[in-house]
Design a protein around this ligand. Structure first.
Ligand SMILES: [Zn+2]
Length: 97
């Protein structure tokens, strides 16, 4: 048996220290309302996201993801009423996990 690492290799997993979500797990658990997002390219936003992660170790923002559930998005009522999926969904400004 190979030794198990804490976080799975490959696929996206959430960088937040207290969060155990990763792509394979949410898929397995049927949590279709959770999506993974790469860290933003903006250094200021990266800093914000990194702080939110509350990690003791250093993370590489360009290689990291954070998970968001559906209620992290600003609701697009028009899209909901017309039952189409908007091309761009906007995260709420304070929706950092
Ligand atoms: Zn997470």
């Amino acid at each position: 048996m190979a030794t198990k690492s804490l976080k799975p290799k490959g696929g996206s997993c959430c960088a937040v220290a207290t969060c155990i979500n990763y792509a394979g797990k949410v898929k397995r658990d049927g949590k279709t309302n959770i999506s993974f997002y790469r860290f933003p390219k903006d250094p200021e936003l990266q800093k914000k996201w990194t702080l939110k992660c509350r990690r003791g170790d250093n993370i590489t923002p360009s290689l990291s993801y954070m998970c968001f559930s559906d209620d992290a998005y600003i609701r697009d009522l028009k899209a909901e009423l017309l039952a189409y999926t908007p091309k761009f969904r906007k995260l709420k400004p304070d929706a950092y996990h």
